[in-house]
Design a binder for this molecule. Structure first.
Ligand SMILES: [Zn+2]
Ligand SMILES: [Zn+2]
Length: 187
């Protein structure tokens, strides 16, 4: 069975060197849907509590919200950073509180202080799915990710053969010591 959660992100990007309007900087509301698959954890009669999927995922995904997402070779990147620097917001501002961990993977690097994500590939809906799966694959048994943005949409299915032990009292993943961070249950 699957537990499914959806959330929205607001972001700006462009397709550098793309032959079309999308090569100009523009913004979207993107909708990300994550499907977590496993047997039903009988203690809670759920696969995984959806609000907990949201918390695990949002911790990373919030780096993309109200963010600028640019490819690493895009010449807009140094130009934007120069403006942010001169304005004094490159290294953060007191109102910039929606920050996740500063992840750095093969596909993307987050700079939470200036709400910027630099990607290896053009950030299409397909590209977003690759990045999100890579960030979350060890934390959740993800069976499917769907991302829609404007009239673009993509989805991908993933193998969920791995076993993630969950708490029988609240359904969230236990840590490597069999401990539940939420309710203190010990396996
Ligand atoms: Zn776009
Ligand atoms: Zn628990």
């Amino acid at each position: 069975m699957r537990s499914i959660t959806t959330f929205d992100i607001q972001y700006a990007h462009r397709f550098y060197k793309f032959q079309g309007e999308a090569q100009y900087l523009h913004g979207h509301t993107g909708t990300l849907t994550i499907e977590v698959e496993d047997n039903v954890e009988m203690g809670v009669n759920m696969v995984y509590p959806c609000n907990e999927i949201q918390k695990v995922a949002w911790n990373y995904i919030k780096n993309f919200d109200h963010a600028l997402i640019l490819r690493e070779d895009d010449p807009l990147l140094p130009a934007i950073l120069d403006v942010y620097e001169k304005q004094g917001i490159k290294d953060g501002s007191k109102n910039n509180t929606l920050k996740g961990p500063a992840f750095d993977t093969e596909l993307a690097k987050a700079y939470p202080d200036c709400r910027l994500v630099v990607t290896k590939e053009t950030l299409t809906v397909e590209g977003m799915i690759k990045i999100v799966y890579d960030l979350l694959k060890d934390k959740l048994n993800i069976a499917k990710i769907t991302f829609t943005s404007g009239c673009n949409a993509a989805s991908a299915e993933f193998d969920t053969a791995k076993k993630i032990d969950r708490c029988p009292l609240c359904g969230v993943a236990l840590d490597e010591n069999g401990h539940c961070y939420k309710c203190g249950y010990q396996k």
